[in-house]
Design a protein around this ligand. Structure first.
Ligand code: AQP
Length: 337
């Protein structure tokens, strides 16, 4: 009797922009899940440099940041032997598919995207068309690989919903072509907030460096940022509506220690905010120490990083070439020889 063949693994795709050192929000909201999922899924992860230029970048700095972001992604546990890891601009199919999909995306849909509204308010001198069509490129990133699952933070939910709508619309118009992807969000920390304004998300491009913890911050900096984190005039460490700052710190502490909100409340009962903030800082610094050590090792080895990137881009290209061929046939383009 022949052995039953294992079902093929489902596919995951996710990406992160090289717009600076990753924050604790990027790490807990997204990359930590990439790491957890890489053995159970056929995983593809990329550094989204095409997305990064929707905001003005200094070219030499972008090149350096892309290399650093790639090293950071590997330092966070993404293994190029177990996942496909590459840089978005090194696979031209993302941009090609984005054009085709933009013709199946409505102006009204893009106008409703809250990230476009936020970013165009923050970059009023550069409201470019790319900032507006960013979600179409994100849809192309995901759909080009027919990804089943997309591990992202909660801030990307609206964009993922749009990618699903685009896939469904294209499938209806041209026949079954794309897998309609699902989002995958962490149980704790899907949306970490700014330490200086806990009603706003923690963002790597925040002008106030005290607003976010960068995953390469040294221990003293981490402790200082948590000490200065905005809280409230109460003293009780408990998760409650209206205590945005404390809720955020509890979420962070829970995400790095695995403790529940009730356990955290019990641990700091009667102690006030000072010792709690210090404990959050200590726990985060301990949690990030191995990532920082691995980053220091990897960034010193540019040849290895370049080799991983190049191999990854080749693997990615081979997957998307087939998808693009199918799309081009569906829409009526003459085959490329
Ligand atoms: N505060 C956050 N909490 C949880 N998850 C977050 N993510 C971002 N911020 C948080 C998740 O990180 C992944 C990569 O994000 P990105 O770099 O592609 O873009 P972003 O969402 O715009 O992140 P930033 O840090 O705010 O970058 P800038 O400042 O350049 O715009 C995504 O899965 C995102 O959900």
């Amino acid at each position: 009797m022949s052995e039953p063949t294992a079902a093929p693994k489902k596919r995951i795709f996710s990406a992160i922009q090289p717009t600076g050192v990753f924050t604790l929000g990027n790490y807990i909201g997204a990359i930590r899940n990439w790491h957890k999922l890489q053995d159970d899924f056929d995983s593809i992860y990329c550094i989204a440099d095409l997305h990064a230029i929707t905001v003005l970048q200094e070219p030499a700095e972008l090149r350096k940041n892309t290399m650093r972001a790639f090293a950071l992604m590997l330092a966070c546990g993404i293994d190029p032997k177990r996942s496909i890891t590459f840089v978005q601009s090194q696979n031209p199919h993302h941009a090609e598919l984005s054009w085709v999909l933009s013709c199946s995306t409505m102006f009204g849909e893009l106008s409703r995207m809250t990230q476009f509204k936020d970013k165009s308010a923050r970059h009023a001198d550069n409201i470019n068309a790319g900032l507006f069509t960013y979600p179409v490129l994100m849809a192309a990133d995901i759909l080009a690989y027919n990804a089943d699952l997309v591990p992202i933070g909660a801030d990307q939910k609206q964009h993922l919903e749009l990618a699903r709508n685009i896939a469904q619309r294209f499938n209806q118009r041209y026949g079954e072509t794309f897998t309609v992807p699902d989002g995958y969000f962490p149980e704790q920390g899907a949306r970490l907030m700014s330490l200086q304004d806990p009603t706003k998300k923690m963002s790597k491009s925040d002008e106030n460096a005290n607003a976010c913890v960068y995953i390469l911050d040294d221990k003293d900096t981490i402790l200082r940022k948590f000490k200065r984190a905005v809280t409230d005039s109460d003293t009780e460490v408990c998760y409650k509506e209206g205590k945005d700052g404390i809720n955020n710190l509890m979420t962070i502490y829970g995400a790095v220690t695995g403790k529940t909100m009730d356990e955290i409340t019990a641990e700091f009962a009667g102690q006030g905010y000072g010792p709690f903030k210090e404990a959050v800082g200590e726990a985060v610094a301990d949690h990030l120490a191995p990532v920082q050590a691995e980053y220091a090792r990897l960034i010193a080895d540019k040849a290895y990083l370049t080799q991983c990137m190049t191999e990854g881009a080749g693997q990615a290209f081979r997957i998307t070439r087939k998808a693009l061929q199918k799309v081009y046939r569906r829409v009526g383009f003459i085959d490329r020889l």
